[in-house]
Design a protein around this ligand. Structure first.
Ligand code: NAG
Length: 409
């Protein structure tokens, strides 16, 4: 008890001396993990004051639209998944009309065209993800309340987002660990652009730190960065008429500093992707080159998780990242044209499943001609998307909640 009071007191005494997070940025705690959740998410409260309710939103730097699984009226949702909270209830006065400028901006961000003839009172959308998942719905605006940390009153603001009443999930699992998505892409009505447009943050910057032990944090706006240790790469410019993602340009995948394939490929940062995805060809080369370096005590197994197709067991099973390091000696990395590298140690390319197997968390997708870097590879790195300067940066650091940043909010 005494220790607890001491720490509260410490916090109170320290507070006035520390940089204030409330004026130029927003800090969110993250929950979730790579496995078994498959998502890192924030908790946001949505609704007018007395009616606000919490929702879990998957932080997704790979898409522009935020949306929630939603009851579009009459107590029904056409196809909703089993989400953690009761469905968001649509009320018609929250609908964004089709003629509204927000509807144009959203369609521009989705690369679609609006059709107002059939239902002028609403703004329909459809969003498709590269893994085959999709959401169909209408655009609404409602009040979000943002926790600003201890002793700071929460901020409230009207945000436009999708009410998704018809979802297709990849595979056939109907239960999901989030209520929707938080679109942090390079759009104009993405979440961060809306916050900046309303003056809630001053700069369009996103920083995520996903902990390998689950949780972590997300900062929107300005954030103190380690000045010299950060690796920076310019963001590939947007190309009109194409789906633009956050890209640090082209890179080769290296295995123990040797290129797996000599042709550099476009790399995309996508926090909405659980694993890292490679085009089939690169995947095949990677696996064939990994093979000789594997420890002889490993045996190939079929894991219960259908998504993870290359798994190994060891006597006694895998329990921690130390076990991974004992059996998998190879370090991978991305090498960019600028000379910058991102290191990928075993815990950033392997996942330990419920059955105690180690599975390759670099997967292939036949539709891909680029490399999609997902949560598994981002773990325990502070990753910054600087939309003001057009730069992407990363820095290896533990992302546990106890990290320095949380003593400041
Ligand atoms: C997000 O919106 C921007 C601006 O409208 C667009 O250029 C980009 O292609 C969109 N990104 C995706 C992944 O659709």
């Amino acid at each position: 008890m005494a220790a607890r009071w001491a720490s509260v007191l410490g916090l109170l005494l320290l507070l006035p001396l520390l940089p204030s997070a409330s004026s130029s940025s927003m800090v969110f705690t993250l929950d979730g993990n790579v496995y078994p959740d498959g998502h890192f998410y924030v908790t946001v409260n949505i609704g007018e004051k007395e009616k606000e309710k919490p929702y879990f939103l998957d932080i997704d730097t790979g898409s522009n639209l935020s949306w929630l699984e939603c009851d579009a009226g009459k107590g029904t949702c056409e196809t909703c998944n089993k989400v953690p909270h009761p469905l968001y209830q649509l009320i018609s006065k929250k609908l964004v009309p089709c003629a509204h400028q927000l509807c144009d901006a959203m369609h521009q961000d989705l690369g679609s065209t609006k059709k107002c003839m059939d239902s002028p009172r609403q703004c329909d959308y459809e969003i498709r993800y590269f893994d085959g998942a999709s959401s169909l719905g209408v655009l609404v605006t409602d009040t979000f309340s943002f926790p600003m940390g201890h002793l700071v009153p929460s901020k409230r603001s009207d945000i436009a987002f999708g009410c998704g009443y018809d979802q297709v999930k990849k595979g056939d699992q109907k239960k999901v660990s989030v209520d929707g998505m938080l679109g942090l892409g390079r759009g104009s009505v993405d979440f961060v652009s809306q916050l900046k447009g309303q003056g809630l943050i001053t700069k369009n910057l996103i920083h995520h730190c996903l902990s390998a032990t689950g949780g972590g944090y997300l900062v929107l706006g300005e954030h103190e960065l380690p000045p010299t240790q950060m690796t920076w790469v310019p963001m590939a410019p947007k190309i009109s008429g194409k789906a633009n993602h956050y890209s640090p340009g082209k890179a080769t995948l290296q295995l123990d500093t040797k290129s797996v394939d000599t042709t550099p490929l476009q790399v995309v940062f996508d926090s909405g992707s659980t694993y890292t995805y490679l085009p089939p060809n690169l995947y095949k080369l990677l696996v064939s080159k990994m093979w000789p370096s594997l420890s002889k005590s490993l045996k190939l197994v079929k894991d219960d998780d259908p998504e993870l197709r290359l798994c190994w067991k060891r006597p006694g099973g895998f329990k921690s990242s130390d076990d991974l390091k004992k059996e998998f000696k190879s370090v991978m990395s991305f090498k960019f044209g600028t000379g910058a590298t991102m290191m990928i140690p075993p815990e950033n390319y392997l996942v330990i499943t419920e059955s105690g197997n180690a599975c390759l968390g670099m997967l292939w997708n036949e539709k891909l001609d680029m490399i999609v870097v997902g949560d598994i590879t981002f773990q325990d790195q502070l990753v910054t998307y600087d939309n003001e300067k057009g730069m992407l940066g990363w820095f290896r650091t533990p992302c546990r909640k106890s990290s320095a940043i949380f003593s400041r909010i």
